[in-house]
Design a binder for this molecule. Structure first.
Ligand code: NAD
Length: 476
């Protein structure tokens, strides 16, 4: 584990760091290598050297490699899911689900590798045809966050390889275990040396080196807005292709005509599962006045039933916060909410459990308004607020009054309201009677405003980022 995968070999480095289980800080998940600038540059050079061969590889070879990787991940989903829960803190059920999803993504792109094609256009000039094909971009740098430690790497690595690119992959510092396990599986998939490289280490060292390297043609980043913006500025300055997936402040509107049970389940699932650490998590419940009091009572009753504990215990509903820094951020925002005059109707306190971990009771604020800081900033924890409104018009106005635009949800039994919402929501993804978090792997993923920049990820739409178009005019 104390090695990065560079140019087809496992390379050891002088520095390593301990990966700590957030459910039990006495449990060290493993010790993982830290690459420095030199090792990162070597990985980039290895990827560059492999471009010529890999970009011309027979598509069946690519499909077979991806299928092999996907099959192994699916077969080992319980083990990989347990590792994920142990290092990131989402529940075992969620961890296994995410590992299975990573496998499905590789299998989907195994199919895409042989399925994608081009276009043939008639020409406006006699005797010519116009042929439009797609070619790989070259070397892609993939920079990922900690909250989906295997699925997000999968949804970047799989399309990158499927469409013939070489990869330099930098995972988040908090979750090297899943990244290493994934790289180990990929290392046995019979890819030519240098096609896939893993460089674990710091964003300020490994990430910066990748972003500034003239040998990386395109950067796909998922993470926070500030880091994303800085990456885009550097990448654009050297005219590299860039794709960013960033934060959210996702609204869930609950209308008077909603089924209360559906509303409470969507809200609890969307805001608090995975400890609220999802870019698509609901954080603002915008509730019309006729159902407001019943919704709040239903939420409190349901929150009382949730078991916050060690992520690996089968009866746990919500695992710990990922680390001490994130826990402090959540607590600071809970203080801010109180000082802003919001009512903390449930939770928000740290919890003691059998092991020393970062446990936080899911927090629900009521009596809030959309101008409060807790309703403007992405908190990225199990913290959400209720905003009471008059009707649909006020609800949609507030839902859109945010600098983010990733996922927007509504609970209603009115087809008319659902149709209006689909049209009016300024978000990349719209959810009706389902939680704002939770997507399919074959559909495009992404948002608007500060949530995303560049082409969509996932499904066939991934083609846009991982390929470049060539237009050929051919006369016989
Ligand atoms: P982060 O921005 O701190 O880090 C993301 C990655 O960028 C990490 O690998 C980090 O090491 C790297 N990095 C940090 N500084 C860098 C630099 N100067 N140059 C290059 N790389 C650098 O984010 P995080 O805390 O890991 O993840 C949480 C954030 O991710 C939240 O804002 C969340 O909303 C967002 N997120 C978005 C999506 C989405 O698809 N929209 C999905 C998951 C998470």
């Amino acid at each position: 584990m104390n090695a990065n995968y560079i140019g087809g070999s496992w390379t050891r480095h002088a520095t390593s760091y301990k990966n700590i289980n957030p459910s039990n800080v006495a449990d060290i998940v493993g010790e993982y290598a830290h690459a420095d600038e030199t090792a990162t540059t070597e990985a980039i050079a290895a990827a560059r050297a492999a471009v010529h061969t890999w970009s011309r590889t027979n598509i069946q070879v690519r499909a077979d490699a991806l299928e092999r990787i996907g099959n192994e991940i699916v077969a080992r989903q319980d083990e990989l899911g347990a590792l994920l829960s142990r290092e990131e803190g989402k529940t075992l059920k969620e961890g296994i689900g995410e590992a299975a999803r990573a496998g499905q993504i590789f299998k989907f792109f195994a199919g895409e590798a042989v399925r994608f094609g081009g276009e043939l256009l008639p020409s406006v000039r006699p005797g010519l045809t116009v042929e439009i094909t797609r070619e790989p971009v070259g070397v892609v740098g993939l920079i990922t966050p900690w909250n989906f430690p295997i699925a997000i790497p999968a949804w970047k690595i799989a399309p990158a390889l499927a469409y013939g690119n070489c990869v330099v992959f930098k995972p988040a510092e908090l979750v090297p275990g899943c990244a290493w396990a994934l790289a180990e599986i990929i290392s046995r998939a019979k890819l030519p040396d240098g096609v896939f490289n893993l460089v674990m280490g710091r964003g300020s060292v490994v990430g910066e080196t990748m972003v500034n390297s003239l040998e990386i043609d395109a950067i796909s980043f998922t993470g926070s807005v500030d880091v994303g913006r800085a990456i885009a500025q550097k990448a654009v300055a050297r005219l590299a292709k860039v794709q960013l997936e960033m934060g959210g402040k996702n609204p869930l509107i609950v209308l008077d005509d909603a089924d209360l049970g559906v509303a409470v389940e969507c809200a609890v699932q969307g805001a608090y599962f995975s400890t609220g650490q999802r870019c698509t998590a609901s954080s603002r419940f915008i509730v019309t006045q006729g159902i407001h009091d019943r919704f709040v009572a239903g939420m409190i009753a349901r929150l009382k039933t949730l078991n916050v504990d060690d992520a690996l215990k089968p009866e746990t509903d919500i695992g710990p916060v990922v680390d001490e820094r994130q826990l402090q951020q959540d607590l600071d925002y809970i203080d801010v909410g109180r000082r802003e005059g919001a009512t903390l109707a449930y939770g928000g306190e740290t919890l003691r459990r059998g092991t020393d971990g970062f446990y936080l009771a899911p927090a629900l604020f009521t009596q809030t308004h959309n101008g409060m800081k807790i309703n403007r900033d992405e908190i990225f924890g199990p913290v959400a607020s209720v905003i009471q409104v008059k009707d649909y018009d006020e609800a949609i106005e507030l839902a859109n009054d945010t600098s983010f635009g990733l996922s927007a949800g509504m609970v209603t039994t009115s087809l008319r309201s659902a149709a209006r919402f689909k049209r009016d929501a300024q978000a990349g993804m719209v959810m009706v009677n389902v939680p704002t978090a939770g997507v399919d792997y074959h559909a495009p993923f992404g948002g608007r405003k500060k949530s995303s920049y560049g082409p969509r990820e996932q499904g066939r739409y991934a083609l846009e980022f991982y390929t470049t178009v060539k237009t050929a005019y051919i006369a016989p």
